[in-house]
Design a protein around this ligand. Structure first.
Ligand SMILES: [Zn+2]
Ligand SMILES: [Zn+2]
Ligand SMILES: [Zn+2]
Ligand SMILES: [Zn+2]
Ligand SMILES: [Zn+2]
Ligand SMILES: [Zn+2]
Ligand SMILES: [Zn+2]
Length: 225
């Protein structure tokens, strides 16, 4: 049984199974089997990257999850440390910390989301949210509505519609068109309520001429000219 290489530590080293039995790192003095690759350290002092294929052999501080080399944010040019949070599942008596893959600047602003912030189109820099959480409207920096592609500002105002608003309207390309079959004109807007009417301005203003069109038209709100 090998003892942890950290001075003063009396724990036994941990080991992982060698994927390849000819792996030169495997050891015949490993804790249990010759097909295991031993760490130089115990569980408390072994970097989380030891368990990955490359196998980090550096020592980590007890309270951290990785060695100093692996604390750095992987984004090119970033010198910040990967965001650290208290490990609430730890059963240790002293506070233990786990790390996100990225630093606080590059991680999505949603607290539990580990994803990278989305790159902003056109401008340099990042949006506050990741690809999964950002509004899909170009250059918008808002969070999208849950389960919808757009934020409140860019979503069609029709209740269950998932589409983006047309430029200059609060409805999507489908909902903004007059509901008279074959008519391609946009719906008229009620000047008082600012709500869209069912039909275009022409149809609304000439309504009496279409008196035989049916009950629904006669009971529909009238467009004020
Ligand atoms: Zn140790
Ligand atoms: Zn490491
Ligand atoms: Zn970073
Ligand atoms: Zn996110
Ligand atoms: Zn938006
Ligand atoms: Zn719509
Ligand atoms: Zn129309």
């Amino acid at each position: 049984m090998n003892q942890c290489a950290s001075p003063g530590c009396r724990q036994v080293v941990v080991a992982k199974r060698a994927q390849d039995p000819r792996d030169p790192r495997r050891s015949s003095y490993g804790p249990s089997s010759p097909y295991e690759i031993p760490s130089r350290f115990c569980e408390k002092h072994t970097c989380a990257y030891f368990w990955k294929a490359a196998g980090c052999t550096a020592k980590k501080a007890h309270h951290d999850s990785v060695c100093p080399m692996h604390t750095k944010c992987p984004i090119t040019g970033c010198n910040l440390g990967r965001l650290q949070v208290l490990d609430v599942d730890s059963e240790e008596t002293t506070p233990q910390y786990i790390r996100y893959e990225l630093c606080g600047e590059h991680k999505c602003s949603i607290p539990n989301c580990p994803e990278e912030k989305a790159q902003s189109e056109g401008r340099n820099g990042f949006l506050p949210f990741c690809k999964k959480h950002r509004c899909h409207y170009p250059l918008c920096d808002q969070k999208k509505l849950d389960g919808r592609p757009y934020c409140m500002k860019h979503k069609c105002k029709a209740e269950t519609c998932q589409m983006v608003m047309e430029d200059g309207f609060t409805l999507c390309a489908l909902h903004v068109v007059c509901e008279i079959p074959g008519c391609k004109t946009t719906k008229a807007l009620d000047k008082n309520s600012k709500d869209y009417l069912k039909w275009c301005a022409l149809r609304e203003s000439t309504l009496p001429m279409y008196g035989d069109a049916g009950q629904s038209i006669l009971t529909a709100p009238r467009y004020q000219v």
